[in-house]
Design a protein. Structure first.
Length: 139
């Protein structure tokens, strides 16, 4: 089932000529979109789990790092999280990756437009933080 927020986000992205796709499962529906910025490329997922404007932006495996760099990666991620609003960087210590997340408010009236704006903001934030995070891998 494709939830209404997923469809609205998909329609907005298509109206902006963005290449994206929809994934529908019993427990969720999602819009997948690949993004290229100056410093890296990544796939963003806008996930809905209900007919409400329940949307979560998730970017998995933005960066992979060796386990011995966990402490320095945590410090770098904290620095990025302190400098930027909206997008939250997360260190996954189980998979040794840096992920990113944002949870939309349920009351977002124009969820498609809100998702598009956040996608653009996220690309800029990742472009700013990625070199700093990458630097932590090499020490």
């Amino acid at each position: 089932m494709v939830y209404q927020a997923t469809q609205a986000i998909y329609d907005t992205f298509k109206a902006h000529d963005l290449e994206c796709g929809i994934e529908a499962r019993d427990e969720f529906s999602a819009v997948h979109i690949g993004i290229n910025v100056k410093t890296t490329s990544f796939e963003a997922r806008f996930i809905s789990r209900s007919e409400e404007n329940d949307v979560a932006l998730r970017i998995f495996n933005l960066l992979k790092f060796p386990p011995e760099r966990t402490e320095s990666m945590l410090l770098a991620v904290n620095d990025c999280n302190n400098r930027f609003r909206f997008l939250r960087f997360i260190v996954d210590t189980e998979n040794n990756t840096v992920d990113a997340a944002y949870d939309f408010t349920v009351s977002a009236e124009e969820i498609g437009d809100a998702a598009h704006e956040l996608l653009m903001r996220s690309a800029g934030i990742i472009d700013d933080c990625y070199p700093e995070l990458l630097k932590e891998i090499s020490g």
